[in-house]
Design a protein around this ligand. Structure first.
Ligand code: FE
Length: 260
């Protein structure tokens, strides 16, 4: 099992020709997970097979050329880029994709990213052909985090990671709110729901709601809100390495870095 995980992890940067990840989503939607090794960020390209209308979740600026090439190669019409939150650990590729594809940039209304074309809120949805991507407001990692739900799968950004979760010490983060977002929203989804996380720090590219409910060491196994908040409040973590470049740039959708 260890060697299988290792193999998948090592080759995920090169899955451009791999089959679509169809194991968890309806026949008319496709999902492609992409990876930025520097920031361990997972980006996702999802599209409606019939219309080829696509959305990119959490693109990374340094991977923009890769993403542009892939979108052209797949013959997709990129209509949307979506930020699950304003990131502190990488610079978004949203502005570049907006320039190239005329894509609409979406972020949550609490993000203060005035560069966005559309500020979304809980209950909104993104139309993808005949499908829809539902937006869940899941504060806690920051006060502007969203998760994106399609039938059978949820894209969780930094709200819920594989056996972990996002930190709560920046951008009005709040461990109590994060606990509530995860336990009252994400953990009420069917156990078999695939979780596509915003980061992969240990070679595990996805998980399920049921597995995290049971095994997540921070808040799985029935851990209480107090146990979780105590744990998060005592976490000693270094600053994100790209914090001082990423945050101001991302509040402008990556425009400073690209010079546009
Ligand atoms: Fe984050």
């Amino acid at each position: 099992m260890d060697s299988l995980v290792y193999t998948i992890s090592c080759h995920r940067n090169f899955i451009i020709d791999a089959a679509d990840d169809m194991s968890s989503v309806p026949d008319n939607l496709s999902v492609r997970q992409l990876f930025d090794r520097t920031s361990s960020t997972c980006s996702y390209l999802i599209w409606d097979r019939a219309s080829r209308v696509a959305a990119m979740i959490d693109p990374v600026h340094d991977q923009s050329q890769r993403d542009i090439n892939l979108i052209y190669k797949l013959g997709l019409q990129l209509k949307y880029t979506v930020e699950t939150h304003v990131h502190t650990d990488h610079i978004t590729g949203s502005h570049v994709l907006r320039q190239v594809f005329n894509a609409i940039v979406l972020v949550h209304e609490n993000s203060t990213a005035k560069c966005a074309d559309v500020l979304v809120k809980d209950g909104d949805f993104i139309p993808l052909g005949m499908n829809r991507v539902d937006i869940l407001y899941t504060p806690g990692h920051s006060n502007g985090d969203i998760c994106l739900l399609i039938p059978g799968a949820v894209f969780t950004g930094d709200t819920l990671l594989v056996r972990s979760c996002g930190r709560t010490d920046y951008q009005s983060g709040d461990p109590g709110k994060l606990y509530d977002s995860i336990t009252q929203q994400l953990f009420t989804l069917p156990d078999e729901t695939i979780v596509y996380p915003g980061h992969d720090h240990n070679g595990q590219s996805r998980t399920t709601i049921g597995a995290e409910k049971q095994y997540n060491p921070r808040l799985g196994g029935g851990r209480s809100r107090k146990q979780f908040t105590d744990f998060m409040n005592n976490l000693k973590q270094d600053h994100p390495t790209q914090l001082y470049a990423a945050l101001p740039s991302n509040l402008r959708c990556g425009t400073q870095l690209s010079g546009l």
